[in-house]
Write a protein that binds this ligand. Structure first.
Ligand code: GDP
Ligand code: MG
Length: 357
């Protein structure tokens, strides 16, 4: 295969492929430069193309997957309280008698059998950081607005973030238990800020809740499932997984642990993975109740053990065939990170155009 052919098959530009090839230590002299199947696979993996499917698109199963939800809103409007209340209704909380390990995400199962994955890190910084690293993890944003306080600067900021990321919003008007609560006022405010609420003829659902009393949570969950249904969220179930890290920490005994959410395919214990600039072989996969799993399917948050170093939130998890390839790819990425860092430092030191200089 040549670089030109690989560009055609992966839908990438030749320049981009040359950059990746250089990062994995492959010297490319021309676009007709022949590349081995091993390297081609490495590059294809790197640009997120399932190599086996380059040869055959048969046998790949698309199934509905649970939505992944992020909670955003103004400070003190009850993001953390709402997540806490929702977590109490989660699978693991029920299984483990309320004791769950903090993974950065949790799953709520509905009586219907459907489920919802919540990212457990509220706030705009986390959302932006993930997006900046190209991780389109969130499908739906829950915009929390306190019924007694109304729309505030960070409410608007959250609306902007969601819009930029093209992620639909479901509004949760919180603190409806408070004497000063005025949900109608909040709706009018949101409407005048350009949010097309359902009851005003738009498609944004609004649910009134109290995180403190635990009321309205079931209606919020139903609204989220309805939104997910309209989006027809589907994922490939078979084949190698594509996943994103939502949180990582160092455990004294078990080493680096990363919470990842699978976006497509199935992550299997024992696989070699590259995670951002780190690599490793998956030694164990656990769910949020600490159960050991053989594999993880789309929208499941799982903790993976076996990485050599600590990845960052937003890093992608890529499955590769061998340890050698895992090393090669992570080395390439690390070199690129270092190059980018040096470039940034240099640009800071020697700005191209210094005003007034
Ligand atoms: P965050 O900054 O958005 O994460 O807000 P928190 O969850 O930390 O909540 C801020 C404050 O509001 C805390 O004192 C909560 O106890 C309180 N609070 C949160 N939700 C409710 C609610 O539904 N009703 C009432 N009365 N208080 C709430
Ligand atoms: Mg909070």
């Amino acid at each position: 295969m040549t670089v030109v052919e690989l560009a055609k098959r992966t839908g990438q530009t030749i320049a981009h492929l040359q950059e990746i090839l250089a990062n994995v230590g492959e010297k490319v002299v021309s676009e007709f430069h022949p590349i081995g199947i091993d390297v081609a696979e490495l590059v294809a993996t790197e640009v997120g193309v399932n190599v086996r499917r380059l040869h055959s698109s048969e046998g790949s199963v698309l199934e509905f997957r649970p939505p992944v939800v992020t909670v955003m809103g103004h400070v003190d409007h009850g993001k953390t309280s709402l997540l806490d209340a929702l977590r109490q209704t989660s699978v693991a909380a029920k299984e483990a008698g309320g004791i769950t390990q903090h993974l950065g995400a949790f799953v709520v199962a509905m009586p219907s059998g459907a489920s919802i994955t919540f990212l457990d890190t509220p706030g705009h910084a986390a959302f932006s950081a993930m997006r900046a690293r190209g991780a389109a993890v969130t499908d739906i944003v829950v915009l929390v607005v306190a019924a007694d306080d109304g729309v505030m600067p960070q409410t608007l900021e959250a609306m902007r973030h969601a819009k930029e990321a093209n992620v639909p919003i479901v509004v949760a008007i919180n603190k409806c238990d408070k004497p000063g609560a005025d949900p109608e006022r909040v709706k009018i405010q949101l409407g005048s800020e350009g949010l097309p609420l359902e009851e005003m003829g738009g498609d944004v659902q609004v649910v009134q809740v109290s995180a403190l009393k635990g009321t309205g949570l079931d209606r919020l969950e139903e609204a989220l499932l309805l939104q997910a249904e309209m989006m027809e969220l589907k994922a490939r179930i078979d084949g190698p997984a594509q996943a994103y890290v939502v949180e990582a920490r160092l455990d004294r005994g078990r080493g680096p642990l990363a919470t990842a959410i699978v976006k497509s395919g199935t992550l299997v214990c024992g696989q070699h993975v590259v995670v951002g600039a780190q690599w490793g072989r998956i030694r164990a996969i656990r769910d949020m109740a600490g159960n050991v799993l053989e594999s993880a399917r789309p929208a499941m948050p799982v903790e993976i053990e076996g990485l050599k170093g600590l990845p960052m939130a937003g890093d992608d998890v890529t499955v590769v065939g061998t340890e050698e390839r895992a090393r090669l790819l992570s080395d390439g990425r690390r070199k690129k990170q270092e190059k980018d860092r040096l470039k940034m430092v240099n640009e800071e030191r020697y700005p191209l155009a210094e005003p007034g200089a």
